[in-house]
Write a protein that binds this ligand. Sequence first.
Ligand code: G3H
Length: 540
Amino acid sequence: MTISQKINGIFPAESEIPGEARILPLEQKDYLLDGKIRAWLGPVHEVLSPVSLRGKNGLERKRLGSYPLMTEKEALEALDAAVKAYDEGKGRWPTLSVEARAAHVEEFVYRMKEKRAEIVNLLMWEIGKSLEDSRKEFDRTVEYIVDTVNALKDLDRTSSRLSITQGVIAQIKRAPLGVVLCMGPYNYPLNETFTTLIPAILMGNTVVFKPPKYGVLLHRPLLEAFRDSFPKGVVNTLYGAGREIIGPVMKTGKVDVLAFIGSSKVADILKQQHPKPHRLRCVLGLDAKNAGIILPDADIDLAVSESLTGALSYNGQRCTALKILFVHRSVLKEFTKKLVTAIENVKLGMPWEPEVKITPLPEDEKIPYLAEIITDAKKHGAKVINESGGLANGNFVYPAVIYPVNKKMRLWREEQFGPVIPVAPFDNIKEPLKYVVDSNFGQQVSVFGRDMDKIAAMLDTLVNQVCRVNINSQCQRGPDIFPFTGRKDSAEGTLSVSDALRVFSIRTLVAAKDSDANKKLIRDILRNRKSKFLSTDFIL
Ligand code: G3H
């Protein structure tokens, strides 16, 4: 079968869906507000899967259900519930001991694990992520939560001692910041929402969270676990159009921390809506266009396989994806030939199929956008060099390798976030280095080569341009204990298991001059366990 025949027949009939992947519509008509799951009687948003099914009337998108389209009123109620639960830092949650907060999160993760199959199936259907990757996303999230709880316990242990310096006795700990607005992206709707939401809660903040545009229903199975695991108002959910509900929330000035993974354009709008932007802490994961640089002495087979997964995992819809490849002209022919062959061997299909790599895309507007940037590249002299590259059927787009890419093309600078691989030839290493320097983005880069002197010289230049230089390896966020951040338009703040606990808290100390009276007072508070903060209790 030719590639185009495969693409034309990519979508199955309902009867061809294997039993374990079948799904019934989920009509979500409720939301979590101030510790109660409330009924929603208002308008709803219809959820369609990126997967179409073949029926009597041709292809039809699979309907997955619906979720509430909330308004400004409910958004402000959710915010008020979080504000009330924080109660200017006097609320039950922000004053609870670290040990008790950790126990609440442990209860939550226990309940979350019971919902694995349901959440994974929804994740797969809502965003078209392969079953294997959907499972990975769930398991990675659970692991992240467990590691974060352990990191918090460690942090608490190390800050449980008092220090005496220059005649001042002090206990230094980390205190919460207030109300956090959490918004994750559609490509990791569970993982990237929870990598901010969980550390934010653990540090004693209260949260309003809005799932991304795609990947909403998968959060529904967790509403009861959120309700039962945390005091009322600690976690509140919002659904609907960001433009309608998030603007009013930001304009109140009651959000203390904005945790947002998405575009820098939207982040700028949200920040500016806050009446006192200097009070707003931001934890942002934004745009990126990571480059892969293939040097003349690179192991080409390795460079091809890393570039392939780097550019095409989850159809290129990862902020860390390799979004442009610079290939030295001396190895260009070999590299592109092997890359094209590797793409031909990649499995296309439906997300539940074993080993499938290329699946339908959730964003409807992405399909014409990808066609547009390919046309633009062609207009400026590039060609699609792989068979059927860019061919679409419904929301399915076959990967396209575009060569030679130059600075006149949109693909040179725009983050395509999809299965399009731009290849740019170079003669002098200064050319890709200049690209990285001139780029608006500064997340990561991958360098493929073997020469110690050349690689070392490049590293020393690149580490001051991006935040992770990968040697003979694709760009990626993990392992999650490593810092994940970026320069320029790519990020604000650093996330990792331990860094996230820091960004959602502030160092705060209780200090006293070293006098007998103060020593006695501190000793009495400690012995009688009168304070949650000033305490030498140790979590075992
Ligand atoms: O979309 C951006 C993600 O943080 C990337 O994570 O490199 O583990 O896929 P990943």
